[in-house]
Design a protein around this ligand. Sequence first.
Ligand SMILES: [Zn+2]
Length: 382
Amino acid sequence: MTTTTLIDRIGLLYTGDPEREEIADAALVIEDGLVAWTGPAAEAPAADERVDAGGRAVIPGFVDSHAHLIFAGDRTAEFEARMSGEPYTGGGIRTTVAATRAAGEAELATHAFSLVREMRAQGTTTVEIKSGYGLTVEHERRSLEIATTLTDETTFLGAHVVPADIDADSYVRLVAGEMLEACAPYAKWVDVFCERGAFDGDQTREILSAGLKAGLGARVHANQLGEGPGVRIACELGAASADHCTHLSAADVDALASSGTVATLLPGAEFSTRSPYPDARRLIDAGVTVALATDCNPGSSFTSSMAFCVALAVREMRMMPLEAIRAATYGGARALRRTDVGWLRRGARADLVVLDAPSYVHLAYRPGVPLVHQVFHGGLLL
Ligand SMILES: [Zn+2]
């Protein structure tokens, strides 16, 4: 026998469903881990159990579609140096690679799990996890195997940076060949850091194409530190997402607007590297689907808080609170090509957050304040 749960007296329900995005004085029914009903509280059907939201706002669980959680080591000193004026170049990735290779599997798994737990407590119910700090066949495979124990959204990022002990051409061949073959069984996605100092357009295309051929979906770290071919390659190859999108030409914006590729903005990276933020208004006004994610990683954005990213998006990127919450939920789901999460409509997974606030606007209005009252994951209270 299935049990139904009514979440009653919701002050404001942000459903994320474009057909009915917000409902005031709402209720929601959970059945078998899924959303069975949403609507005005006055019309709510009977249920076996009742949760009183006490006038609080409810939102879908955050979908963090870009995170690097399989690593060891600490880069506090690099952050301090950056805050004293040193620029960010991406070179510090190699520091984490050395620490990650030296770490045991249990240590990596325990650490990654603690970050996922930290995310869940802050309302994130879906997270994508990348490899990219192993950079050998065995170390990348190991990272992805750990990631599969934490999420279905695993991404092979062997092309994060060229390791110090190998030339670029040989490494690209390794990534697109033997490494991909070893990692593909543990990965849903393939990703490339397409940037000056990392991988150029031809190398990016070669690796992504090999990944697509192996049955993976594509996503790209694109146009973070300067303009480049990353965004256009992502759109051409039908990637689910082009991530960062900080430095875009008019052609890049057009390519995103006329493709199904989501622009995933990662303002934690700009915050933590003291860099200019992406122009979210330009993308939204052009009709591009925008996602927000943490880019949680030990170098350029060591935050696990989607609420912080929402606050940054509103304050620093001129997104309206509604646009920011949409990007952090529905947008993230689109970036992972998921229709079962990121919104609260009949049939979706009952992943939701009860906020200690009357509206999702408080996520930006009260930055840095812990506003998560309860988190439901697949209908279960965490
Ligand atoms: Zn990243």
